[in-house]
Design a protein around this ligand. Structure first.
Ligand code: DON
Length: 576
């Protein structure tokens, strides 16, 4: 499958009851947070960086109606489920990092494995991984979390009525939206893949053609029911019945899976770096730990990086050396913290990271086999995506990454709903040591178990200084997510680049396996003299057909500066 188509930490979260009584009053009137005393504005505007123009319109409308960052985020998420079907979703899941009223929060609404899932469900009789099975069709689908995640974020922090924030998405589904060239192109590339023809994808999406208006009446009906009945419709109502019916005889998800799904508030990872507090994603993401490791090991190696030009051969080498160690830890120790004790504190400990920094060889690539997980093997073995960033004028921020995994997910659409389902089961380790679609391997920590969440790399991140938001950032890209965020943060704070340049700069990626391989991106390929110099250091260069899509907001004084990655069709708005 093509990729394009596709600390002070407590790892344990606490579950909130997902289905608060769906009283008419909650749906018709504003949620509890709206009654909080009004805060003084601390910024001269609200701002967003989002994946398309329609979600930008939705957010602007919500801010003009008096909504806060969470109201805008929920409106953006539901709108992208309509207008950005390759990754926006209600059939997938994700993570939301929030900074509300001066405090950090993290909401995990990642998909879970169905109750009937088994460790070897993607292996044949010989124990080999069956091609495509965790990527396409009904059996690739994890129990979706997005609707409960949005419901839970809004229940806790929203100001406007639930119906109000759903309204823009219903209009786009019912009345349609103009299809962009990029969306049609991605749809065509998806359909070219083996196995897609066995799904019902084309029945719903073959009319995604550039310049035409695309309407989704079934999806409009689902969104209207969710607006009227809340998340209950998706997990225990008519939509739940339709999902369970579509799965019967094809996939594993039952109505009980949906009824038992819960989004979880977890303690975010918080780490001090360069005078900032980094607030980012804890497990079941590997991304927050990876990002903190990258930032701190690089800071430990400051003398080696001194006077080294950004993206020079030596810079690429030193970063690849750090990435080798980060990905060795990822493969061994990371999984769902509700099933496996992830050693989060040890993995982000300053003394441990200084030890890892000392292992970096400035002269040339370390032998891949010599790079082992850093905490030793005494640790117990058992135990296409889109991002948006939002800040409101009260200084609250939402950094949200959600996904159906590959672009257009499993290709399965729930009959009668227009809901495109995820293929998130591929993020599990189907067999220890066998790579998934992003080329990353895993251990028992990320083996399939009923109700377990697959390991993710999504890393919605917020940087604060003196209690105020400085940066809101994230991107799609699978295992490239946290290495991309790391590069942009480094460009901004270490290289002092203006934000648009920091985002546009060339990015590269290394992940331990394949050995000594540096991946480059189509937007700014590594070629010519630079390619020769990197190869001369002992690396193999490999192109990939995927560009990241960073959506970021930086706060300068009291003015927010949003930037959308020139690699995508993202849009920014500053709303006074
Ligand atoms: O959770 C993860 O890490 C992946 N499922 C994210 C997939 C992704 O970013 C796809 N975008 N290219």
């Amino acid at each position: 499958m093509k990729l394009i188509n596709k600390a002070r930490i407590s790892a344990t979260g606490f579950a909130l009851v997902a289905f608060v009584a769906v009283s008419g009053s909650f749906l018709e009137t504003a949620p509890a947070h709206a009654k909080a005393p009004p805060q003084p504005a601390v910024l001269n505007a609200s701002a967003i960086a989002v994946a398309d123009q329609f979600s930008a319109e939705a957010a602007e409308q919500i801010f003009k109606e008096g909504g806060n960052a969470v109201d805008a985020a929920v409106a953006i998420a539901f709108t992208l489920a309509v207008t950005y079907p390759e990754a926006g979703n209600i059939g997938g899941g994700g993570f939301m990092t929030l900074y509300m009223d001066g405090k950090p929060y993290f909401l995990d609404y990642r998909e879970r494995a169905p109750l009937a899932a088994t460790k070897n469900m993607y292996l044949d009789d010989q124990g080999n991984v069956i091609k495509g099975m965790s990527l396409f069709g009904y059996r690739a689908v994890g129990v979706p979390g997005t609707v409960d995640g949005m419901w839970e974020a809004h229940r806790r922090f929203g100001k406007l009525k639930w119906k109000q924030v759903l309204a823009p998405s219903i209009e786009y589904a019912r009345d349609g939206f103009f299809v962009s060239n990029q969306l049609e192109q991605r749809r065509r590339e998806f359909e070219e893949q083996e196995f897609v023809g066995k799904t019902n994808f084309e029945t719903y999406f073959s009319n995604l053609k550039a310049g035409l208006t695309f309407r989704q009446p079934d999806l409009a009906a689902v969104l209207t029911r969710i607006a009227n009945d809340g998340a209950k419709d998706f997990y225990d109502g008519k939509t739940a019945d339709l999902i369970a019916a579509a799965m019967r005889g094809h996939g594993l998800i039952t109505k009980r899976d949906l009824q038992e799904y819960k989004a979880i508030w977890r303690q975010p990872i918080e780490a001090k770096w360069n005078g900032y507090e980094v607030i980012t994603a804890p497990p079941p993401s590997s991304g927050g730990i990876g990002l903190v490791q990258l930032l701190k090991i690089k800071a430990d190696l400051a003398p080696d990086f001194n006077y080294i030009t950004l993206n020079s051969p030596q810079y690429v080498h030193l970063v690849a050396e750090i990435e080798k160690r980060v990905f060795a830890d990822r493969a061994q120790y990371l999984g769902d913290p509700d099933f496996y004790k992830v050693p989060v504190a040890q993995l982000t400990d300053d003394a441990y990271l200084a030890k890892r920094a000392a292992e970096v060889n400035p002269a040339g690539p370390s032998d891949t086999k010599s790079v082992q997980p850093g905490l030793g093997t005494s640790m117990p073995e058992k135990a296409e995506t889109t991002h948006f960033s939002v800040i409101d004028k009260w200084g609250n921020a939402v950094s949200n990454t959600y996904t159906i995994n590959g672009y257009f997910g499993s290709g399965v659409v729930v009959e009668g709903t227009g809901i495109l389902l995820n293929d998130e089961m591929d993020d599990f380790s189907a067999k220890p040591g066998v790579a998934n679609v992003f080329g990353v391997v895993g251990s028992d920590a990320n083996a399939i178990e009923p109700k377990k969440r697959p390991l993710s790399s999504m890393s919605p991140t917020i940087l604060t200084k003196d209690g105020k938001v400085s940066l809101v950032i994230g991107t799609p890209g699978g295992s490239r997510i946290f290495t991309s965020i790391f590069q942009v943060i480094t460009n901004v704070y270490d290289f002092k680049m203006p934000l648009p340049d920091a985002v546009a700069a060339m990015r590269f990626h290394h992940q331990l396996l394949p050995p000594n391989t540096i991946f480059w991106e189509p937007y700014k390929p590594i070629e010519g003299r630079l390619a020769e110099q990197i190869e001369a250091k002992g690396y193999v260069l490999k192109g990939q057909d995927f560009n990241g899509d960073i959506q970021v907001i930086k706060v300068n004084g009291n003015t927010p500066e949003p930037v959308a990655d020139p690699r995508g069709r993202g849009v920014t708005r500053v709303i006074p």
